[in-house]
Design a protein around this ligand. Sequence first.
Ligand code: FMN
Length: 336
Amino acid sequence: MLYSLLRPLLFNLNPETAHSLTLGALKNAHRFGLLANHTVTCQHRNIMGLNFPNSIGLAAGLDKNGEHINTLATLGFGFIEIGTTTPRPQTGNQRPRVFRIPQAGAIINRLGFNNHGVDELIINVKRSNYKGVLGINIGKNADTPIENAVDDYLICLRKVYCYASYVAINISSPNTLNLRQLQDNEALDYLLDTLKIEQKKLSDQHGKYTPLVVKIAPDLETLQIQTISNLLIKHRIDGVIATNSTLSRTGVENLPYAKETGGLSGAPLTQRANKIIRQLYGILQGAMPIIGVGGVMSAIDAKEKMDAGASLVQIYTGLIYRGPSLIREAVQAIHT
Ligand SMILES: Cc1cc2nc3c(=O)[nH]c(=O)nc-3n(C[C@H](O)[C@H](O)[C@H](O)COP(=O)(O)O)c2cc1C
């Protein structure tokens, strides 16, 4: 209710300003006890050995530095994914770099992993008192050559391992040059092999097994999905997140900002992401859970992700257009 009143004001502002303002206001409201805790607990689900109070999570990118974990936890999510974080801080691409397309319920962004670096993210995680499921999404710095990308993932994995409930390997952002090449057969085989060896070492060292999940793009051909799935199974990856934002402009043609470079998210992505989830589900046959994301703008969209084969669902753009009430609606649709 409150959000539908505030939305026109926020939508008058530049998207990044609105983003900072909203999170800042929520943080203050939380600090002064003005934010009711909307924890929505249903039948708990054990997935990847983790206990999820409900199946609706926050997708990566909204809280890149883990600065707002306590506040976001009050909104009713069953899990929260922070990041993408990189080994070193970086400013990302030049502004403007986020564009709303309200006529289509969509966003185009080319932020380019703007973040304060993994060390600051860990300080923020340590400071938070959140006890729920926390995913930490890791990536590479823009100035690390793609041939050395594995080194960046290793640095981040080692640093976040103890603090994460699961680690998401982001190889699908469209805004870091050549990143999506890591989805190719040989590159992915090597990346997953290296990360699984490191996971084993870290698990022995810390006496804690932190699941690894891989986040993939929606712009993949059937053969590529088959290849990626085979590698996920071969390396015993714990889960897959499908999908990141798309390079396609179907559904926003001729609308303002449609020609801006970047990843498109929101309503135009819904069916494209569902198609990938269905294909993954058909190939993986339950070998690992699928976290479905892309264009969840309503409770029905969330239910459709589950029907397509997802075990968990994440939301980002829907939250911008619908506000936090979407979380409760989606939880109810899935759990009743
Ligand atoms: C502004 C913005 C920033 C994002 N940043 C990240 C990111 O840092 N890492 C990542 O894995 N995904 C990122 N995403 C992708 C989302 O996590 C999600 O996969 C995608 O937007 C599709 O879901 P949605 O339609 O619910 O937004 C970002 C999306 C948006 C809109």
